[in-house]
Design a binder for this molecule. Sequence first.
Ligand SMILES: Cc1cc2nc3c(=O)[nH]c(=O)nc-3n(C[C@H](O)[C@H](O)[C@H](O)COP(=O)(O)OP(=O)(O)OC[C@H]3O[C@@H](n4cnc5c(N)ncnc54)[C@H](O)[C@@H]3O)c2cc1C
Ligand code: FES
Length: 277
Amino acid sequence: MEQLLVPMMCKIDKVIQETPDIRTYRLKFKEEGLMEKFDYKPGQFVELSLLGAGECTFCISSSVTRKGYFDCSIKRAGNVTSDIHNSLEEGDEVGIRGPFGNWFPLEELKGKNLLIVGGGIGLAPLRSLIQYCIDNRNDYKDFTILYGSRTSADLCYKEETKEWQDNKSLNVILTIDKAEETWTSNVGVVPKILEEVVKPVIENTKVITCGPPIMIKYTIQSLKKLGFADKDIITTLEMKMQCGLGKCGRCNIGSTYVCKDGPVFTNEQLKNLPDEF
Ligand SMILES: Cc1cc2nc3c(=O)[nH]c(=O)nc-3n(C[C@H](O)[C@H](O)[C@H](O)COP(=O)(O)OP(=O)(O)OC[C@H]3O[C@@H](n4cnc5c(N)ncnc54)[C@H](O)[C@@H]3O)c2cc1C
Ligand code: FES
């Protein structure tokens, strides 16, 4: 099911305050039977509308393998996201169009070691992939998650990352930028911890990364230094979007439409895009 132009109404089942400026909204379609038909893959996004405020693009931050709901984790950034944070509570309604875009290459990831590298709200699309891979754990080999944020308060999904740390089949490394009195784990920016603590195996490993543009830039530099090939580095882009359908021309880089051809790209593909990226 893909709802292109007319929003489908969803009820907010739960609101989770993840960090001071990020909330996860757990959504369920109002119309009976729609939730069961809503099929999506990790990496895809929706257009979420708040009546009277506007529409914004958000990835789906949960996996289709978790039945009966889907999550959008929303960071307060500007007009619409502030209205969402200020006015939406459990029981309220929003409109949803989608799912749109491509997804992480699930078939290609099978049989590989997975290295997930996330920063801040960038863990949202990766969480969908992580949940999907945990629910199909036998399809993947070693599974490492490196996640960082500026401070410990800014780490998203605190309960869930604890569960990941307790899961013996995962190697989970958390880091924050600067030392804090009660923080006993790693300190340092994500690319530094990647090189000095994670020291990943390169052979048969796919890296999937998302975070602030500056983190992605230096993470890719570190991965290249460590010896990863461009085709084995996968990321997801955030461009200003409107239609989500490849029609309005808001998100294109040359002839590539991030909403339709992406948002998921390998570094090999990104290198072939025009310089404006
Ligand atoms: C494919 C995709 C997936 C996304 N997933 C998420 C998600 O899971 N969670 C989340 O919180 N946000 C996500 N975003 C970003 C989100 O769409 C923007 O933060 C939101 O549209 C801002 O709307 P606003 O009206 O509150 O801000 P505005 O008032 O429009 O802008 C406020 C500030 O944010 C900047 N901004 C606006 N849109 C974007 C954007 N797309 N990328 C970067 N900066 C932007 C503006 O330049 C301005 O500086 C995603 C974007 C894309 C394209
Ligand atoms: S968002 Fe309209 S063309 Fe991509």
